[in-house]
Design a protein around this ligand. Structure first.
Ligand code: AKG
Length: 358
């Protein structure tokens, strides 16, 4: 998006306000075409893998190997997994989720002070793309930066509820540490030196940001989605889901699998930038969110991203005459502009980067 599109193409409507006023119908803007609507008949018992990271943090080589193996299988088979025993305190996870939930229940005029624009997306938002007339998702969100420090701006973080900045700060620090540990595991599993991905992401200068999603109750959940299918544009996402309400669905072949969150687990997924660096050995996977009529839902998606102005390209170690490089170098800044113009679009964005399409 260019700097000459400083605002949204249409007046912003908060989904939370719609939810309060819609009794048994939803505006046409939120109704998806029939093929994109959730399928109420799917009730699979399958779940994404749940991995105990305890062995990764300890000193026992066999336990470490076994965790690495499970992560490797999950990355190859799903691109998604849950982690428990990950080192982030459960009380901090609960506190962060509760504090954000309180934020979304503040009076609208207080939240509106943080209304965002498509220039940086920081703040309180209700749509992702800037395409005029687009069909919208049934969710509001709050987006903020943790890293690099040059982008971290407390003026753009909420100041209420009291102490929220301290809670969000500690949460960010702890989740960044978890991200660093997972990056090592992924590097080793890709056959790279353990600091490879971290270095390719810019070492200490990575980007880290949070999108808190708020999905209000919806009187016609069968017609809409809380978040349309997309893969995550960044490196890796660590999601803290709602502890009461499921909603995240991951694509597996032609099916959408509803994730059953494990208590105090993070849901981890591979983003487009790791797909690029791994030369598509690992793939970012499409996911979406469904809503329901009797419960709202809150989730915290923490994005662990490359430094935004360095070229991201396949690792030379993973390129050979049999596996030629699939992607040309591109900075994350360039990629993000391209994504944000259009809003969530399944896997079409990363797939269109492939060298052969250019
Ligand atoms: O709410 C969720 O469970 C998933 C959110 C998500 O996919 C995202 O924020 O990118």
């Amino acid at each position: 998006m260019s700097n000459n599109s400083p605002d949204w193409p249409e007046p912003i409507v908060r989904v939370q306000s719609l939810s309060d006023s819609c009794i048994d119908s939803i505006p046409d803007r939120y109704i998806k075409p029939p093929t994109d609507r959730p399928d109420s008949t799917s009730s699979s018992n399958v779940n994404i893998p749940i991995i105990d990271l305890g062995g990764l943090l300890g000193t026992e080589p066999e336990a470490r190997r076994s965790v690495l193996q499970k992560i490797s299988e999950a990355c190859n088979e799903w691109g998604f997994f849950q982690v428990v025993n990950h080192g982030v305190r459960p009380e901090l996870m609960d506190k962060a989720r509760e504090t954000w939930s309180e934020f979304f229940h503040l009076p609208m005029e207080l939240k509106q002070k943080y209304a965002n624009s498509p220039k940086t997306y920081e703040g309180y938002g209700s749509r992702l793309g800037v395409e005029k007339g687009a069909i919208l998702d049934w969710s509001d969100y709050y987006f903020l930066h943790y890293l690099p420090l040059s982008l971290k701006d407390y003026n753009k973080w909420p100041s209420l509820p009291p102490y929220c900045r301290e809670v969000f700060d500690e949460y960010g620090r702890e989740v960044v540490k978890l991200g660093g540990r997972l990056m090592k595991a992924l590097s080793i599993n890709l056959g790279l030196e353990e600091n490879f991905l971290q270095n390719a992401f810019g070492g200490e200068d990575i980007g880290a940001c949070l999108r808190v999603n708020f999905y209000p109750k919806c009187p016609r959940p069968e017609l809409t989605l809380g978040l349309s299918p997309h893969s995550d544009p960044g490196g890796m996402t660590m999601l803290l889901p709602d502890n009461q309400v499921a909603g995240l669905q991951v694509r597996k072949g032609d099916e959408w699998i509803t994730v059953k969150p494990e208590r105090h687990a993070f849901i981890v997924n591979i983003g487009d930038q790791i797909q690029v660096i791994s030369n598509a050995k690992y793939k970012s996977v499409e996911h979406r969110v469904i809503v329901n009529s009797d419960k709202e839902r809150v989730s915290l998606a923490f994005f662990y991203n490359p430094k935004s102005d360095i070229p991201i390209q396949p690792a030379k170690e993973l390129v050979s005459p049999e596996c030629p490089s699939l992607y040309p170098p591109m900075t994350f800044d360039e990629y993000r502009l391209f994504i944000r113009m259009r809003g969530p679009r399944g896997k079409s964005q990363v797939d269109s980067l492939k060298s052969s399409n250019r």
